[in-house]
Design a protein around this ligand. Sequence first.
Ligand SMILES: Cc1cc2nc3c(=O)[nH]c(=O)nc-3n(C[C@H](O)[C@H](O)[C@H](O)COP(=O)(O)O)c2cc1C
Length: 183
Amino acid sequence: MAKIYIPYGSVEGQTARIVEYIAELVGAHGHEAETVDLKHAGDSLPDGQDAVIVAASVHIGKHEKYVVDFVRKNRSELERLPSAFISVSLAAHGDEHGGEGYVAEFEEQTNWHPAHVGMFSGALSYTRYNFLKRQMMKKIAKDRGSTDLDTSRDYVYTEWDGVKHFTEDFLAGLPAPSGAAQA
Ligand SMILES: Cc1cc2nc3c(=O)[nH]c(=O)nc-3n(C[C@H](O)[C@H](O)[C@H](O)COP(=O)(O)O)c2cc1C
């Protein structure tokens, strides 16, 4: 069993949902997951972790500053342990390469170059925005030719299967526990 630490940033809650889904998968594979909302947590990485999955969402072109700070502070541990980065944005929606620019900037800001990077679509969370944000996001959606303009509801674009595959690939690549019985 591996202990997997999953610190994340989320403004409207979609990244939080994605990491909870990942934590469930991790548990279903017999490992232990701890999700930590970095907005409300200290920025140190507790000892005794076997792997780390960092997740963050994009707003106005950037991932949460407190996630950048966490990665900067713990970079050497993230480089030592098996680790992954998950970026959640709308740019990732329907475009395999959408979101790459945000990840490149994150890597530049943190100097962390994770071996595993997942870019997933988030949501248009109209019901979680204030009036101005709701109008702004509706206009952006409209300008992009989207028909998802009913602001009384949310539109979730996350590719749950993609998140599942990414997580299972990551788990499959973890080293066998040091106490594992030899065949
Ligand atoms: C104010 C605002 C700005 C955003 N800016 C971007 C952006 O620059 N690029 C992008 O791809 N998505 C952008 N998004 C979409 C978010 O990345 C998406 O809604 C995501 O699901 C947010 O994740 P969270 O709910 O975990 O915070 C923006 C959303 C909001 C509300």
